[in-house]
Design a binder for this molecule. Structure first.
Ligand code: BES
Ligand code: MN
Ligand code: ZN
Length: 521
């Protein structure tokens, strides 16, 4: 859905000019946003603009026990000396604890991401705001921080309420998007960073929308149609339908979808941002539009959540959008394996043996271990056809990853330490965190089958690892990483930057990975 907050970047002179001019007839009064450090420390520009209001601010802050701590804010209406300003919103950027370190500002960029989220939450909808991006102790790269702030605010303002017919009071469609003029010292650089951040925000929003959509709306063909819109940004889009997949030999993937009234699809997305001879990198997403479990049917409790079993494919789609918007200087392949896992008279059975695209045979023990079957063919296809420098797959693959890591970290599995290290770094930089889990021959043994080359489940123990061992058999020697996002992609706890069920997890992480490690200068 469209962003609920709009950013414009101006310099401090322009901000002062707008503040001095009384709002025209019918125009919304201005909300002025100021960042406040410990002991009510203000940046230089902010202090000048607020000089006439300082005594009033000091009294209000004392009365409200507002000391500029992170996570707190203070509202002051009709501040003295600022006739055009209806509301002064002061946001704390001081240390969050009781420690007194003299108004230090947040240092890491993801702090600015969270700060942007807090800002959007406090601001609400329908505001006409000027934000003075002038923290008491400025960050090393103020423009990048401004971009993170805008990203955080945009993501926080995201709502998925397409299917509510009665709009709530804070609904953006009732009150309109908030408009924020971000006043900075170096508008040109900040504008570039904010624009970049907004392309990334769109990517995250695309992923969230796809995950939030119900499966009666978003089935494989519809997902493919939506992904095909990336063509407008210059992404090459190829959609493989069932006859094509049959001819190519995607029997593992097709076996999962064969019980559904909705035909399966594979979407191949290509962003060619580098020289044609540059080896591409590849992302593969599990796109099970609904996972009933198939004949090994799931219990009823929370089965509705399985509309989100395509969060991996959604993240790949959002990532490709973000890369295309910023014209990333890399060749990137995105592959979406789109199926619906249903029980029916035509559904796959436990005991069935399928021959995958790789030629390896798989005995189906449990039809609910379907994601790995979809990925097996998608991984082999991308490895074989594009010979990428690496493959990263994203999948809501196992409930066991929730048992192991909860919703804080995604599971990381890899056959390559350098790639794994880079992903972990990007995770730290973006706050989309991962925890690497072990792999090895002893785990691999657990998926040996009595009848075929392998079976699709490994028993009760180490469920997330045996799933990863299964996938590894379909990448050959290609550097590969598997991100199990069953805990992070959906059912997300509310945070500064997300209030929605879907998180869009992975878009920011992988955009960062590509930017830091795989773009030509
Ligand atoms: N889509 C599920 C995994 C899942 C569970 C995602 C909870 C999000 C939240 C996956 O297809 C699945 O059913 N996995 C089984 C594997 C088992 C049958 C080996 C599981 O985790 O129980
Ligand atoms: Mn399943
Ligand atoms: Zn699944």
């Amino acid at each position: 859905m469209s962003p609920n907050v709009k950013f414009e970047v101006v310099n401090f002179g322009e901000a002062e000019r707008r503040l001095a001019a009384a709002p025209a007839e019918g125009e919304r009064p201005i909300t002025l946003i100021a960042f406040v450090g410990a002991k009510l420390a203000l940046g230089g520009e902010t202090s000048t603009i607020l000089r006439d209001a300082e005594p009033q601010i000091a009294r209000a802050a004392a009365a409200a026990k507002f000391a500029g701590k992170r996570g707190t804010s203070l509202d002051l209406y009709a501040p003295a000396g600022l006739d055009g300003v209806g509301r002064l919103l002061m946001i704390g950027v001081g240390p969050a604890g009781d420690g007194d370190n003299g108004g230090a500002s947040p240092e890491r960029f993801d702090d600015y991401l969270g700060l942007g989220g807090q800002l959007a939450a406090r601001l609400g909808q329908g505001a006409n705001a000027i934000a003075l991006f002038d923290v008491p102790e400025p960050p090393a790269d103020a423009s990048a921080a401004a971009g993170q702030l805008a990203l955080g605010a945009t993501l926080r303002a995201y709502k998925f309420d397409l299917y509510r017919t009665k709009k709530k009071k804070d609904d953006p469609e009732r009150e309109g998007a908030s408009e924020i003029a971000l006043a900075v010292a170096e508008p040109e650089a900040a504008r570039a960073a904010v624009d970049g951040a907004l392309g990334l925000a769109e990517g995250v929003v695309i992923a969230r929308d796809l995950v939030n959509e119900p499966a009666n709306v978003l089935y494989p063909e519809e997902f493919a149609r939506r992904a095909a819109k990336l063509a407008d940004l210059g992404v090459e889009v190829e959609i493989l339908d069932v006859p094509t997949l049959q001819t190519l030999g995607f029997r593992a993937l097709l076996g999962v979808g064969q019980g559904s009234a909705h035909p399966s699809r594979v979407v191949v997305l290509r962003w060619n941002g580098a020289a044609p001879d540059t080896q591409p990198v590849a992302f593969v997403g599990k796109g099970v539009c609904f996972d009933t479990g198939g004949i090994s049917i799931k219990p009823a409790a929370s089965m509705e959540d399985m509309k989100g079993d395509m969060a991996g494919a959604a993240a790949v789609t959002g990532l490709m959008h973000a890369l295309a918007v910023r014209k990333a200087k890399a060749n990137v392949i995105g592959v979406l394996g789109l199926v619906e896992n249903m029980p029916s008279g035509e559904a796959q059975r436990p005991g069935d043996i399928v021959t995958s695209l790789s030629g390896q045979t798989i005995e189906i023990i449990n039809t609910d271990a379907e994601g790995r079957l979809v990925l097996a063919d998608a991984l082999w296809y991308v490895k074989d056809k594009f010979k990428p420098a690496f493959i990263i797959d994203l999948a809501t693959l196992t409930g066991a990853i929730l048992v192991a890591l909860g919703q804080e970290h995604a599971g990381l599995f890899s056959n390559n330490d350098e790639l794994a290290g880079r992903i972990l770094e990007a995770g730290k930089a973006t706050g989309e965190k991962l925890w690497r889990l072990p792999m090895g021959p002893a785990y691999d043994k657990l998926i040996e089958s009595k009848f075929a080359d392998m079976k699709n489940t490994g028993g009760r123990h180490a469920g997330s690892i045996t799933a990863a061992q299964f996938l590894e058999r379909f990448v050959d020697k290609t550097p590969w990483a598997h991100l199990d996002i069953a805990g992070t992609g959906m059912g997300s706890p509310a945070s500064d930057t997300n209030q929605s069920w879907a998180s869009g997890w992975g878009v920011r992480l992988l955009d960062r990975l590509v930017k830091d490690c795989y773009e030509s200068a």
